[in-house]
Design a protein around this ligand. Structure first.
Ligand code: ADP
Length: 220
């Protein structure tokens, strides 16, 4: 099992791979970033400590950069299906303990899983879904933590304003939980509990199944 402090290799430094690598570094994770294009590597060399040119479909190149010793590898190649499949298969053969791969379609995800990806992510689809909720109105942020479970940041519907949360029957009537609240004119969130009373200007974090959270946040 990989530890959250273990280094991560990111293969493919397009928009997704670059953002991922930079965010990992910003949160204190050691990153080995890889791309077969020298100009891409060159551009990132000032922002990442370990960024190397290698073709990940070449077993010798992978061995040379010591990929087998990296416990977590993300295959962030989106443009070439062939390269992402071959890379994933080679990493699997090398026994990399945790392989993440990026897919754009369900079929691609199935193939990547067959050749050894342990986790497949769909950044374009996930971001599209997330932004749909933002565009649609009251929701300020929407994150699907797991298939079938979301947390959303939103303005509270009228029916839960001015009443202690414990008296709203939220869980029973709407199957959602208000987990945190940022009171009006306050800079940060705090835990919500039975006695919390919301005002219109407050912001809440709501957890539940997507359809339930959506229905709840559509209330006036
Ligand atoms: P995004 O959609 O996130 O911008 P792209 O698919 O456009 O992603 O970018 C993928 C990156 O992966 C590119 O920078 C490309 O040079 C790199 N890449 C493609 N094939 C290989 C390979 N065989 N080895 C290493 N890097 C690769």
């Amino acid at each position: 099992m990989a530890d959250h402090k273990d280094p991560v290799a990111v293969i493919g430094l397009g928009r997704f791979g670059t953002a991922l690598a930079l965010e990992l570094v910003a949160t204190g994770t050691e990153v080995l970033a890889v791309d077969h294009r020298a100009d891409v590597v060159q551009k990132l060399s000032g922002r990442l400590d370990q960024v190397v040119v290698a073709d990940s479909t070449d077993p010798d190149a992978l061995a040379e950069i010591g990929i087998a010793d990296v416990p977590r590898v993300v295959v962030a190649i989106g443009s070439s299906l062939e390269a992402s499949i071959l890379t994933t298969a080679l990493l699997s053969e090398l026994g990399v303990p945790t392989i993440w791969a990026k897919a754009t379609t369900r079929q691609q995800a199935t193939i990547l899983e067959r050749v050894g990806a342990h986790h497949v992510v769909f950044p374009e689809r996930d971001m599209g879904e997330r932004i749909a909720h933002l565009v649609s109105g009251r929701v300020l942020d929407w994150v699907e933590l797991d298939p079938g479970w979301v947390v959303a940041k939103a303005r509270p519907p009228r029916e839960i304003v001015g009443v202690p949360l414990g008296e709203t029957g939220l869980r029973r009537r709407h199957r959602v939980t208000v987990v945190s609240v940022r009171p009006e004119n306050q800079p940060s969130f705090t835990h919500a509990d039975r006695d919390t009373v919301l005002s219109y200007g407050s912001v809440v974090v709501v957890a539940g199944r997507p359809a339930d959270v959506e229905r709840f946040l559509d209330l006036p």
